[in-house]
Design a protein around this ligand. Structure first.
Ligand SMILES: Nc1ncnc2c1ncn2[C@@H]1O[C@H](COP(=O)(O)OP(=O)(O)OP(=O)(O)O)[C@@H](O)[C@H]1O
Length: 362
């Protein structure tokens, strides 16, 4: 057994349970991203893997070895944090070499590892510089380089890009993707709030909420087939539109009556016992298209137009109380506030969830 296994992992702070029994198998070399709302336990879980937080219950295995009581330095793990904490008076080279010098590695081995890490991260020409003479993105790359030099079995990242500006985030994200390719045998676990980072870096995404797992899967599987309303709303930006509905016909296809009165037939199978039940109908903003004829899904009044150039976001009112429906239409639309607009959507892209929020498509 290689990689990392979490078996019914629990965490409590005093009487407060924050992680409620996580079961997860991570294969060697896999890139797994933890996402979830603030406070759901992402950092706590990562810190338990690192050994920085005690495990209250359950078992954790790295490379088949139970590590619950193994100290951080003996777990074969390296962690990169949000703030990179380099030694300001040391050069890039010395910052990367520091841990290995403490561990009494030979000069040759230190030099070999520092240069290999610098090469992967394109830092070779900065090795003699002090951190203050580097950009934020370069400094974060040095922090990553320092972690690479430890030759970890498991690499942990806790929102490593969140202190960088937008352009540097993109550049450093691409650097991390490359690092992952070059260190194909190293398992990587990454915590982020950023949808794009999660979607582009992950082999699998773990969606957490309130200390438990909602769904685990490859990014596009979560996007196309969310297991429940929580995941449906969490993955994708702007979030999936959700409209209350009632099931009026079941079978290989299902017909629902949407709040507002329109009936829609979906390519989703339900059995007869579901008839008459409340459900939630879901459609992603980017799956809506404007319609001209009578064959439309719904109609509403444009409340806000956001023209972003490559797409136009329309906020539509009059369908569901409180929240507007959002449509994301490619290009620039000649539509104005106050106009009535009709929308359709590809039937295969529609979602339906039962009254407990579980997807009927699962
Ligand atoms: N030392 C502590 N004592 C008590 N409760 C704690 C402690 N550390 C964290 N918590 C609680 O545990 C829960 C999980 O926190 P954690 O930092 O893991 O969440 P997170 O998902 O990483 O959040 P964020 O995205 O905001 O960083 C939160 O409700 C938090 O208040």
């Amino acid at each position: 057994m290689t990689g990392l296994t979490l078996k019914d992992i629990r965490k409590s702070y005093g009487a407060v349970d924050v992680i409620h029994g996580i079961n997860l198998d991570i294969k060697q070399g896999e890139f797994v991203v933890f996402v979830g709302p603030s406070g759901c336990g992402k950092s706590t879980l990562l810190r338990m893997i690192a050994g920085l937080e005690e495990i209250t219950g359950g078992d954790m295995f790295i490379d088949g070895e139970r590590v619950n009581d193994v100290p951080p330095s003996k777990r074969g793990i390296a962690m990169v944090f949000q703030s990179y904490a380099l030694y300001p008076h040391m050069t890039v080279y010395d910052n990367m070499a520091f841990g290995m010098r403490i561990a009494k590695e030979s000069k040759e081995e230190i030099d070999r590892r520092v240069r290999a890490a610098a090469d992967i991260l394109q830092l070779t020409k900065y090795l003699d510089r002090l951190p203050k003479a580097l950009s934020g993105g370069q400094r974060q790359r040095v922090a990553i380089g320092r972690a690479i030099c430890r030759d970890p079995k498991v690499f942990l990242f806790d929102e490593p890009l969140s202190n960088l500006d937008a352009a540097l985030r993109v550049a450093t994200r691409i650097e991390i993707a490359r690092l992952n390719e070059q260190m194909a045998d190293t398992t990587m676990i990454y915590v982020t709030h950023d949808q794009v980072e999660a979607m582009t870096l992950a082999d699998r995404i773990v969606v957490l909420s309130a200390g438990h797992i909602e769904q685990v899967g490859p990014p596009l599987e979560l996007y196309e087939r969310p297991a429940n309303l929580f995941v449906a709303r969490f993955i994708g930006s702007p979030a999936m539109n959700v409209i209350p509905a009632t099931i009026t016909a079941t079978g290989p296809q299902t017909t629902v009556k949407l709040a507002g009165g329109k009936s829609v037939t979906l390519d989703i199978a339900t059995n007869a016992s579901e008839n008459g039940k409340n459900a939630s109908f879901g459609v992603r903003p980017e799956d809506l298209q404007t319609a001209s004829g009578e064959d439309f899904l719904f109609e509403g009044t444009v409340a806000i137009v956001e023209a972003l150039g490559e797409v136009t976001l329309l906020y539509i009112e009059g369908l569901v109380e409180k929240e507007p429906i959002i449509a994301k239409i490619p290009g620039i639309l000649p539509v104005h506030r106050g106009e009535k607009v009709r929308f359709t959507a590809d039937k295969t892209k529609l979602h339906l969830f039962d009254d407990g929020g579980k997807s009927y498509r699962a």
